[in-house]
Design a protein around this ligand. Structure first.
Ligand code: RIB
Length: 275
């Protein structure tokens, strides 16, 4: 079309804003968008393809100028049909779209090795939902590191869904018939659930079981003991994604299409050295 209707609004589709990883990410996107006079429409997809499809229809009716996607339940071809600039944020999707993600594989290796160095040998992993690429990447990191350390035989994989309550129940169940001395949780919400489960079973963190999470949300500093974690540069990720989207909307060239940001090991009380 000769004239393309613009609205100075963009869509941001996240799985679930009640997961404490997402507020900071959303905030960063909104802050940068506001600088450039764009308004953000927030959509929670609950990890469901159907909801993503419905939202994209709504966003198109509102003539959004672009969309930032942190979920990826749809196929790349489906996303192509939307015909608006897209930026993929946090969860790797198809390489044809610009993306901003953190080093999920490397971060998982760091966490696993840290538990080993703190004296753990039977390290369990609470895995995020398997349809999420991040969760698969973190599992791969755990697996490769455990193999390299020669302790893969002592593995225990607990299926989680990135939510605190489910992780707590899953860890309680696992503790009834497994002996473990370390837990690497695929995100911080699940690490908090694991901490609660371990304590409720009458065990001590870190003396009986050390725990490390993933994300770096503020809640990890509020627990007793404070939780070690692999911190992602959440705000920076959101801010870079917003800038890329604006460049795309304005037809400016991108210096770089795929960003993979480094993560950082934050050692706190929940993994302090074991004797
Ligand atoms: O806690 C939510 C998780 O989902 C985070 O680890 C983030 O990376 C996202 O994909």
């Amino acid at each position: 079309a000769l004239f393309k209707k613009t609205s100075k609004t963009v869509g941001l589709i996240v799985p679930d804003i009640t997961n404490p990883f997402f507020p900071e990410l959303v905030r960063a996107v909104e802050d940068v968008m506001n600088i450039y006079d764009y308004t953000v429409i927030l959509c929670n997809s609950d990890e469901k393809a159907e909801k993503e499809r419905e939202y994209i229809e709504v966003l198109k009716q509102k003539y959004v100028d672009g969309v930032i996607l942190t979920t990826n339940q749809l196929t790349p071809d489906e996303v192509d049909e939307w015909d608006v600039p897209i930026v993929v944020l946090d969860r790797p999707f198809h390489e044809r779209y610009p993306s901003v993600v953190a080093d999920n594989y490397g971060g998982a290796r760091l966490a696993t090795r840290h538990l080993y160095e703190m004296g753990c040998r039977r390290i369990a992993h609470i895995q995020g939902p398997m349809h999420v690429v991040n969760a698969v990447e973190r599992f791969r990191g755990y697996q490769d590191e455990m193999m390299e350390l020669g302790i893969w035989e002592q593995r225990l994989v607990i299926q989680g869904n990135y939510q605190l309550k489910q992780a707590k129940e899953a860890v309680m169940a696992a503790l009834t018939d497994h002996e473990i001395d370390g837990i690497f949780a695929g995100n911080d919400a699940m690490a908090v659930g694991a901490l609660k489960a371990v304590q409720q079973c009458g065990l001590t963190v870190p003396d009986d079981i050390a725990i490390i999470g993933y994300d770096g949300i503020p809640l990890t500093e509020m627990t007793t003991p404070e939780l070690s974690t692999v911190s992602q540069p959440i705000y920076e990720m959101g801010a870079i994604a917003a800038r890329i989207l604006i460049k795309q909307i304005e037809g400016k060239p991108l210096e770089k299409i795929h960003y993979q940001l480094p993560v950082q090991l934050m050692v706190r009380q929940s993994t302090s050295r074991r004797e």
